[in-house]
Design a protein around this ligand. Sequence first.
Ligand code: HEM
Length: 181
Amino acid sequence: MKKIYSIIIVLTLMILALPLPLSAMEYQHKLDVKNMQFSWTIEGDLIHVRLSAKTTGWVGIGFDPENAMQGANIIIGAVKDGAFKIEDHYGDRKRGHSNDEELGGKNDVINPSGTEEDGVTTISFTLPLNTGDKYDKPINAEGTSLVMLAYGAGKDSFKNRHPYRTVWEVNYSTGENKKIK
Ligand code: HEM
């Protein structure tokens, strides 16, 4: 009898020790906007992000915009024929953005992944809160800051404009949020 209990305990511990696949990862906080969802977890000096939107085009997030899209640390991603592409961009003008690497910065996206299922595109990735890159800005985990969410339509091109975009004020630690635009 004792042996059976020991086996059950060992098996339970083995199951608990299995690493969770990213898709099953539970995020601490979630923001639901029109046809789009932003989920995140702050872990030490990292932020884990999942973006999902009802589109076969791109999905994007812009941390800390200053003037429309200008000054935002933008991560944009799309999935085409099962392959995902996620890039680190910067809002280098009011109505546009460029790839950090083309501007002379670097790609700071960690563990990118992406899927497109039933017309819904989902990307997930991790970012250091402070990348040290000239074309990113430290993400303020305490207090509130602005975040832009947007998605494209149809084509996966990152040059295709958004049919939907919104700006929210978010506290990344507590999850508190308020719609700005
Ligand atoms: C893909 C290429 C993109 C193009 C060509 C583009 C173009 C524009 C243009 C022309 C505007 C001004 C008109 C309007 O308010 O709709 C605008 C505003 C805006 N864009 Fe983009 N955009 C792009 C990507 C993005 C991305 C990736 C995000 C967010 C992650 C974003 C977020 C926004 C927001 C929030 C506004 C409104 C800003 C405000 O009024 O304060 N855009 N964009």
